[in-house]
Design a protein around this ligand. Sequence first.
Ligand code: OGA
Ligand code: ZN
Length: 378
Amino acid sequence: MDTSVVSASGVTTKDHGVDVPLPGGQSSYFNFYWLRDNCPTSFDTQTRERTFDIFHLSREPQPASVRLAGEALEIIWMEDGHTSRYPLDWLSQYGEGKRRQDRADLPRRAWYADHYPDIARFPQPKLKEDRREVVKWIEALLVEGVAILTDMPDSDAALTETVRLIGHVRPTFFGEYFDVKTHINPTNLAYTAKALELHTDTPAEETAPGVQFLHCRANSVEGGMSLFLDGVAVANDFRKEHPEDFRLLSETLIPYYCEHDAYDMRSRQRVIELDEHGEVSGVTISQHMADVFDLPQTFLDLYYPAFCRFGRMLQSDKYVMRFRLNAAECIVFDNHRIVHGRSAYSATSGERHLRGCYADRGEMRSAYRALTTEGRFK
Ligand code: OGA
Ligand code: ZN
């Protein structure tokens, strides 16, 4: 049985928490553990980290007294006599049990084959000078998943200093950087002059890197056109047209691999990825790195047709942008959302060199929050 005690200020004390009248007029319930854990004094002002250790409590925290004091809830705790004061405005953010607001959680905007002239473009030297340009660049990556940087200096260092504007270089098992050009002993289709079918990179990693950079240092060959499409646009249309296929592709883990003399990377991924809201966040797809599907053959009776319907849809003209990446451009994109490839080229017709690397999406969102919060920078 819950025993409720209403105080003079309208706060109702229950067995495991309190009902508190909040500034908007409504009351919200707060649990005693949560309140004790999140007393403002629990957080170190210098490091901003919680230094209170709730595991040290010998039993459920209970209040000796509860009252409203001005615009704050005041609790004196029975166990140690500690006084906690919680501004009501602060409590209001948590009363409904909703996730706290995140300025980096921007809605995605799907795009189609005609997007090339509208891709957000930023001269790299301007990004280095002006934080507001970096904010716009990250917004483009969060909302559309792709941006092109122009006027990149023709150096290895230029790529590193560009990545450092939004995070750190995130190595993969290929190392920190990769050079896409024709190699004498290629271990990878990318390092040949052959066509590279539409894919996302390194799906055999346990978690494929989030942001991909491809810095074009030279591209004077015949062929070698870039192909880019928005996996979110395709998967959203697929969801409407083939809901049952969509379910299969967003629930089933399929195997990916990357294997050669000295390595044997393997992972399992869902072709369509959903975010915490159940919205499509992206895709993981790569025929050259899809392993032999080791799933029950009767299940494959269902899975393969769905997989092929999706693959055919991906390749359709409605979605694929086709363009030439030029020297001094760097295309930056969400590697879990943007599917990319290139057409074959003639290796003897000129020079083609892209230097690539990755960064982390979580770090990019962190940079965005820090750059857009008042007062963090002088
Ligand atoms: C890659 C790749 C694109 C290109 O190396 O994974 O997608 O244009 N390269 O060569
Ligand atoms: Zn690639």
